[in-house]
Design a protein around this ligand. Structure first.
Ligand code: ADP
Ligand code: MG
Length: 429
């Protein structure tokens, strides 16, 4: 892909926008772009530099993404809405053509990395709640504030404000960004020396924090649901990747969303709105809490991936009402006139609550409360789903688990893991 019309090849130390940004290292890449950690010499801060492929369709997509990101930034001057911030944008000409570049605030690991990090075991529900609140605040702003549908919510597109494994990334760890000496900056001048001293100090403090955290973790861990190394990590996060976003009243694509997070109305082509994001949000919350995707459909002999997906939805959430099943442009491909799937005849009905207990070893109370939170978001009738604002009011978000009890021992206050997954203090109920 590093050819005419494709990615721009970047070397560490390369400068952009008349020398303002200096490439430090690669952060990630997508179908459309590569993303680089860059040092902003004007603000003395690290930023994420997204360099789009140069072919016209990618340039066009970048214009759109910049338009959406600009609306997001303009509507939230204090940057408090848990959505990624566009700092700057410009064009950069290289051997492969002219590339649109977006300068974004520098964020940490994706939720996918987080779930992998704890080996797909599922996060403690308190952590899930923290993350859900951020995503919902972001969605409420996008939906009600701006009229924007994200259309591609998934774990990869929500980034933490921090990096999980601080030892691997000295630049950003714990709860605040830690700077090291940026690459490609001429070393000299009094200002630089002061900055350098500060950077070294911060790096040393970070190192001390990390080793302290390790020491305090000794002896803990190993249990099926034990959270090994998320202690003390601030799990705030932001929604990113607006390459596919649209305005509710100006939609482009009929087929939106990544397969596993796709809503039934999109599969059936019955029209979609903000509530399609709410479906994906529920899929994310489930995946965070269990470590596994809610739906992983596969095509089979005599039926398609779409049909498998619809079958899985019904097995977990109940039968799709006939009016909805038969209400989409593609309904006839999948359903007969009674609202039964044409090619997958025998369904094994279960429930979300039962799945959480049987497969994911949730306590009955945890399963009941979590299912009560998720099920309304997974209503087959999109208009019945709560919006992000209503969802933020849900009592499940204010429950506090008693996983760690503070007990007074003879040696003073000590935190003891008493494994009280079942003991719940229910707030707001
Ligand atoms: P694409 O539109 O090409 O899919 P994305 O916006 O999804 O590009 O970015 C690709 C990857 O780059 C992300 O998965 C993530 O790893 C990394 N990335 C994107 N934006 C940021 C950011 N603001 N801070 C840190 N990393 C980022
Ligand atoms: Mg992407």
């Amino acid at each position: 892909s590093y050819r005419k019309g494709g990615y721009h090849a970047v070397r560490i130390g390369d400068s952009f926008s008349g020398g303002r940004y200096i490439a430090q290292r690669k952060l990630g890449w997508g179908e459309f772009s590569t993303v680089w950690l860059a040092y902003d010499t004007r603000s003395s801060e690290y930023v994420a530099l997204k360099i789009q492929k140069s072919a016209p369709q990618f340039a066009q997509a970048a214009v759109h993404e910049i338009e959406v990101l600009s609306a997001i930034a303009d509507g939230d001057p204090s940057n408090s809405k848990y959505v990624v911030r566009l700092i700057d944008h410009f064009k950069h000409t290289g051997p492969n053509g002219q590339h649109s570049c977006m300068v974004l605030e520098f964020l940490g690991d994706s939720l996918l990395r987080l779930v992998k990090h704890i080996r797909y075991k599922g996060l403690e529900l308190d952590k899930v709640r923290e993350i859900c609140k951020c995503i919902l605040t972001g969605l409420d702003y996008l939906h009600r504030g701006l009229g924007i549908i994200h259309t591609d919510l998934k774990l990869e597109n929500v980034l933490l404000l921090t990096t999980i494994n601080a030892t691997k990334d000295p630049i950003r760890s714990g709860t605040s960004p830690i700077l090291e000496r940026p690459e490609g900056i001429p070393n000299g001048g009094a200002t630089m020396n002061i900055i350098e001293k500060k950077l070294k100090q911060r790096a040393r403090r970070a190192a001390a924090r990390i080793s302290g955290r390790r020491a305090s973790m000794g002896g803990v861990g190993g249990g099926a649901k034990t959270n090994r190394s998320l202690n003390g990590i601030d799990l705030r996060c932001k929604v990113v990747d607006f390459g596919n976003a649209c305005w509710a009243d100006k939609q482009f694509a009929q087929e939106i969303q990544t397969r596993q997070y796709r809503s039934p109305e999109v599969i059936l082509q019955s029209g979609y709105s903000f509530s399609a994001d709410m479906w994906s949000f529920a899929c994310i919350a489930f995946e965070l809490a269990t470590g596994e995707m809610m739906f992983t459909p596969k095509g089979g002999q005599g039926f398609s991936e779409d049909e498998d997906h619809l079958a899985m939805m019904m097995e977990l959430l109940g039968k799709i009402p006939r009016k909805i099943a038969n209400g989409g442009a593609r309904s006839k491909d999948y359903f007969d006139r009674y609202g039964d799937l044409k090619r997958i005849r025998r369904l094994k009905y279960g429930s979300l609550e039962k799945l959480l207990i049987d497969k994911y070893c949730f306590s009955e109370i945890d399963a009941l409360e979590f299912a009560k939170f998720l099920c309304p978001l997974l209503d087959f009738e999109p208009e019945n789903r709560p919006n992000a604002q209503q969802c933020l009011q849900h009592p499940w978000l204010s429950i506090k688990s008693l996983n760690q009890a503070e007990v007074k021992s003879e040696s003073g206050m000590e935190k003891v893991n008493v494994g009280m997954r079942n003991l719940q203090m229910k707030a707001g109920k």
